[in-house]
Design a protein around this ligand. Structure first.
Ligand SMILES: [Ca+2]
Length: 570
């Protein structure tokens, strides 16, 4: 590992104004217990200013003595200081040279250099090159035309090669991030290099039965858990689908329309307690959130461990069950619940705080059984409002997620016939938001269709129209804020898609605004895009109704054909 200060010597810039004194030559002498022969440096004087460079081994107890001489070679001034010189940037040393015979004193400084690299940051595609330029400025602010040494913290991501005294060429190798450093005199300047590749899809499993979710237990990096809508949890280990399901509750699950096994959340402490929580519609159509535990076989859950945590009556319609369960960064379990179905929320559930339909709920599964209410839930002391409610005015929050870096909550709320939307609340939100349904569909009055009262309603940060004949889409599938490492240029992008449109898009939500919107035509059309998923490392997945599980990966250049030699290898 090379670091900016990783040098045994440090170069300092010496400067003294000698215009007012009769001095013709300045000598810097350096002694120390570990320096056998004293070092001496002649500093040139030009136009009344002594300026030059000295190189001093790092270490403690360096005695630096400045001697001034007149034109006749007689010493006129002397000043001394004992300092520690460290590898890297040192604070400026001030030194006074006292006159030896009736002259004015001389003020001198010994200071570090500042190295700056431009550009300070750059993003490159694989195999692309870029030129970096370093500038060196001494402690008096004057440029120094000397040679820098270049290094890169991760040559696997990008290499660097000197092309001149203060220029270098960076070559991008593989996706990731590295820091390129130009060093001089113990000081370093840096440029943050990101190597990006366009994302593409890697098919990692096929032939699943209506897969609609992908996740990974905390700390697990080898197994993905896939939900099959009819009621099975499947395991993909190292990209191989295991034949035996982790759990099969098909006999318990109603699967009409939007019903099925809809969500799973592994407990944040799953590695120790083996607990996970699933959300499904039971044979009566009601929503069940149930705790299970893993068996002694890590690839098999214990069917007998089932403990019902929360039930929500949902008897009338098969649609709008919500269905996702997910732990927030606060350790509480969040549950998305649809408005009860039908069209237009005929019972007005979403706007009623006395029912759990049309809500995002937040409960504590670690205290009292079957669950506790976090003391800071927004409706905790507002009876008859249900204290489980975190946010309301939702139609069918099929998929929501937390930005693992910021805690921000992204809810993709499926619209009625015209508008799909994404709602975002910051990580510091206290909850209690009313996201508008069924008064609003997106930003548009729904009930009533005109002159609706929008006071207190939180609009979406993004909406899109279905378009004529649903040409743009018909049902949003929410995803995740990308926090992985394989596609560094997309870090911070929220990915989402449309079930009918089969497209994937992303945006960044910064400072209260949608920015940097992108689409991904190279993914093709993912018809019946049921869900996104996120693994422990922050990489993202996509499932489609027709049985496929995809991973979003960087598109790497095609490797050249292997050269046939005695040492050729794949
Ligand atoms: Ca809304």
């Amino acid at each position: 590992m090379i670091e900016p200060g990783d040098h045994r010597e440090t170069t300092l810039f010496v400067r003294a104004d000698v215009a007012a004194v009769a001095v013709a030559r300045l000598v810097v002498e350096v002694t120390a217990p570990d320096i056998a022969t004293p070092l001496a440096f002649n500093i040139l004087i030009t136009n009344g200013v002594a300026a030059g460079i000295v190189t001093i081994p790092a270490g403690s107890s360096r005695t630096i003595t400045l001697h001034a001489f007149d034109a006749g070679g007689v010493e006129t001034h002397r000043g001394s200081v004992i300092v520690t010189i460290r590898a890297g940037t040192n604070p400026t040393i001030a030194l006074v040279l006292a006159p030896l015979a009736g002259d004015a004193p001389i003020n001198a400084t010994l200071g570090s250099f500042v190295v700056t690299v431009t550009p300070a940051a750059d993003t490159l595609s694989i195999a692309a090159t870029a030129t970096l330029t370093a500038t060196i400025v001494d402690a008096s602010g004057s440029p120094v035309a000397d040679r820098v040494v270049w290094a890169t913290l991760d040559p696997g991501v990008a290499t660097v090669a000197s092309t001149g005294d203060r220029t270098a060429q960076v070559t991008a190798v593989r996706p990731g991030g590295t820091t390129v450093i130009a060093s001089f005199g113990g000081s370093g300047g840096t440029s943050a290099i990101i190597v990006s590749a366009i994302p593409t899809l890697q098919l990692i499993a096929t032939g699943l039965a209506q897969p609609l979710y992908v996740t990974q237990p905390p700390t697990d990096t080898s197994r993905l858990f896939i939900l099959e809508k009819p009621g099975r949890i499947r395991v993909i280990r190292n990209d191989t689908l295991l034949a035996t399901p982790f759990l099969d509750i098909t006999s318990l699950v109603a699967t009409g329309g939007e019903q099925g096994l809809l969500g799973i959340a592994f407990h944040p402490n799953y590695a120790n307690n083996g607990q996970f929580f699933i959300d499904y519609t039971d044979l009566a159509g009601d929503i069940q959130v149930v705790r299970y535990t893993v068996s002694t076989d890590p690839d098999i859950a214990s069917p007998g461990s089932a403990q019902t945590i929360l039930s929500v009556s949902h008897p009338t319609y098969t649609n709008h069950n919500g269905g996702l369960v997910r732990f927030g960064l606060d350790g509480y379990l969040y549950i998305g619940v649809g408005d009860g179905g039908g069209e237009g929320d005929p019972s007005g559930n979403a706007q009623s705080t006395t029912v759990l339909l049309g809500k995002l709920l937040r409960i504590d599964v670690d205290g009292v059984s079957p669950y506790g209410i976090p003391a800071d839930n927004p409706f905790v002391s507002l009876a008859p409002a249900r204290p489980e409610i975190w946010a309301y005015g939702l139609r069918n929050p099929w998929r929501f997620s937390f930005d693992r870096a910021t805690g921000a909550l992204y809810i993709a709320d499926v619209g009625q016939d015209l508008w799909e939307e994404v709602d975002v609340q910051p990580g510091a939100s206290g909850g209690g938001q009313n996201y508008g349904w069924n008064v609003l569909e997106g930003n548009h009055c729904f009930n009533p269709l005109t002159d609706c009262n929008t006071v207190g309603l939180v609009p979406p940060v993004l909406e899109y129209s279905h378009g004529v004949n649903d040409a743009n889409g018909c049902s949003i599938t929410g995803g995740y804020v990308y926090r992985g490492t394989r596609l560094p240029a997309l870090v911070g992008h929220y990915f989402y898609g449309d079930y009918c449109g089969g497209w994937v898009r992303s945006f960044r939500y910064l400072n209260g605004a949608i920015q940097d919107q992108r689409d991904y035509p190279q993914f093709g059309t993912l018809l019946a895009l049921t869900s996104f998923g996120e693994d422990t490392r922050g990489e993202l997945y996509i499932t489609t109704w027709y049985g496929n599980v995809w991973r979003i990966v960087p598109a790497l250049p095609t490797s050249p054909a292997p050269v046939t030699t005695t040492q050729s290898r794949r």
